[in-house]
Design a protein around this ligand. Structure first.
Ligand SMILES: Cc1cc2nc3c(=O)[nH]c(=O)nc-3n(C[C@H](O)[C@H](O)[C@H](O)COP(=O)(O)OP(=O)(O)OC[C@H]3O[C@@H](n4cnc5c(N)ncnc54)[C@H](O)[C@@H]3O)c2cc1C
Length: 306
């Protein structure tokens, strides 16, 4: 017999958006649970340094995650380990282990996962040299050569971090210019361990004895292929929303992001969404937290009106 529990607010995802929602909802007096399939923190756990969260000049991602988590449960919100399999229009949240949570309101804060390169050799390479988390895996590449793919803030900041361990970091970008802050660009260009290859895209990952040994890249200007010898590959080329489990609710746009209004309401009454999983312009910690606060405030009004 599946276990069944009742809450006034069920928050799915314990990244910055979910943790902020938990803080606001529990502080408003709602019986709140926050569920995550992994340790609380979301993408903060994969971030080397955060220096754009107001009031906290410079902090490691995992440290910020820990501080946010402790604050988020300090007003009585519960944390539950578990992966959510589905949510229905009656606000029943079903976990993979069969647990059913009956919710007054549901806040979806499941963020987004990393986009794969989609090239030959990738499936075999994941976990055997290809990684999406420099903070987690950089130490495996001490005195080795690695490639970072992407030209945004995440790519540049993680490349910078990788130079603490790797002997050489090559950044591959499709265009001529980066899409990152001036500071991140300056640090990368001033770092002797980093080389930048422009106008190129990855084509094939090479492996020997179950380990990555190189990356074939295609030069878009001269239409030629070449091989970079490397032990590790770190793609930072964007994200895919983690919203598959609510695909039947009719709340997703054509890219899979949740459509939410400025009160974080979806088309289904009592089901709210916040953070990187929603359709919005700026996916950052501070905006995720702002969304989480609004979602919890809306959840409070929805539950008290019920
Ligand atoms: C490498 C990197 C560096 C970054 N650096 C910065 C930075 O310096 N400054 C900044 O402002 N932003 C940065 N960002 C972006 C920032 O981390 C995100 O915008 C932010 O974490 C989004 O928060 P979120 O709570 O919406 O989602 P997430 O942080 O992605 O958290 C979502 C959580 O939901 C959980 N989840 C997903 N599906 C389920 C499910 N079905 N059941 C249960 N749990 C589920 C996940 O396990 C995860 O813990 C960076 C991102 C990356 C990848």
């Amino acid at each position: 017999m599946a276990e069944e529990k009742n809450y006034e607010t069920v928050i799915i995802g314990a990244g910055p958006a979910g943790m902020t929602a938990a803080l606001y909802a529990s502080r408003a007096g709602l019986r709140t649970v926050m569920i995550d399939g992994t340790a609380p923190g979301g993408k903060l756990l994969k971030t080397y340094m955060v220096d754009n969260y107001p009031g906290v000049p410079s902090i490691s991602g995992p440290d910020l995650a820990m501080q946010m988590y402790e604050q988020s449960v300090s007003f009585g919100a519960e944390f539950m380990f578990g992966e959510v399999e589905s949510v229905n229009k009656n606000r029943q949240v079903v976990l993979k282990d069969g647990t059913i949570l009956n919710a007054g309101s549901v806040i979806i804060a499941t963020g987004a996962k990393e986009r794969l390169l989609g090239i030959e050799g990738e499936q075999e390479a994941i976990g055997h040299g290809e990684s999406f988390c420099a903070v987690c895996d950089a130490a495996f590449f001490r005195n080795k050569e690695v490639v970072v793919i992407g030209g945004g803030n995440s790519a540049l900041e993680e490349a910078q971090f990788l130079t603490r361990f790797a002997s050489r970091v090559t950044i591959i970008i499709r265009r001529d210019v980066f899409r990152a802050s001036e500071k991140a660009q300056r640090e990368v260009l001033e770092n002797d361990k980093i080389e930048v290859i422009r106008h190129a895209v990855p084509k094939k990952i090479l492996m020997e004895d179950g380990k990555v040994t190189g990356l074939v890249i295609h030069d878009l200007e001269d239409d030629l292929d070449s091989t970079i010898k490397c032990d590790g590959i770190f793609p930072f080329i964007g994200q895919i929303p983690e919203t598959e489990f609510v695909k039947d609710l009719g709340i997703l746009n054509d890219k899979g992001y949740i459509e939410a209004d400025r009160r974080m309401r979806t088309a289904v009454p009592g089901i709210l969404a916040c953070g990187d999983a929603i359709d919005k312009d700026l996916r950052q910690i501070v905006t995720a937290c702002g969304d989480g606060a609004t979602a919890a405030d809306e959840a409070f009004h929805f539950v008290t009106d019920l």
